[in-house]
Design a protein around this ligand. Structure first.
Ligand SMILES: [Fe+2]
Length: 124
């Protein structure tokens, strides 16, 4: 077995500007404002992926974890057939930070964990 297993570590696209079909199906797509106001709720829409991933009994997205940098914020567990791997969540940024990196990790039962990030700016 020469190639690294997809279940070893967290996968990311090798070249985000030129993703393979596997990468397009598994890398989360994060949609939210580039700039948010401290203390004000905003919506983050996440889907897997740029090409929609199947939700069959034998092959599906099991969960999505949402982080702010290394801080865990939320998990959504999914089941096959009756759900789509799409989530809208409301977040609030605040504190002393002027920037934040949202990080989403999803797990496919056949293809392992995949990560995407999005940088946002926080204004007063
Ligand atoms: Fe998959």
């Amino acid at each position: 077995m020469g190639e690294k297993s997809l279940f070893c570590g967290i996968n990311k696209p090798q070249d985000p500007a030129n993703m393979t079909e596997m990468e397009k199906k598994h890398t989360p797509v994060i949609e939210c404002p580039d700039t948010v106001k401290a203390g004000e709720p905003f919506q983050v829409k996440i889907r897997v992926g740029e090409i929609p991933h199947v939700m069959d009994e034998g092959h599906h997205i099991q969960w999505l974890d949402i982080y702010s940098r290394q801080n865990f914020l939320a998990r959504v567990d999914l089941t096959p057939v009756f759900t789509k791997p799409e989530v809208t969540i409301t977040l609030v940024k605040g504190g002393k930070h002027r920037t934040s990196t949202l990080r989403v990790i999803e797990r496919c039962n056949l293809h392992g964990q995949w990560e995407a990030t999005k940088d946002i700016t926080i204004t007063e």
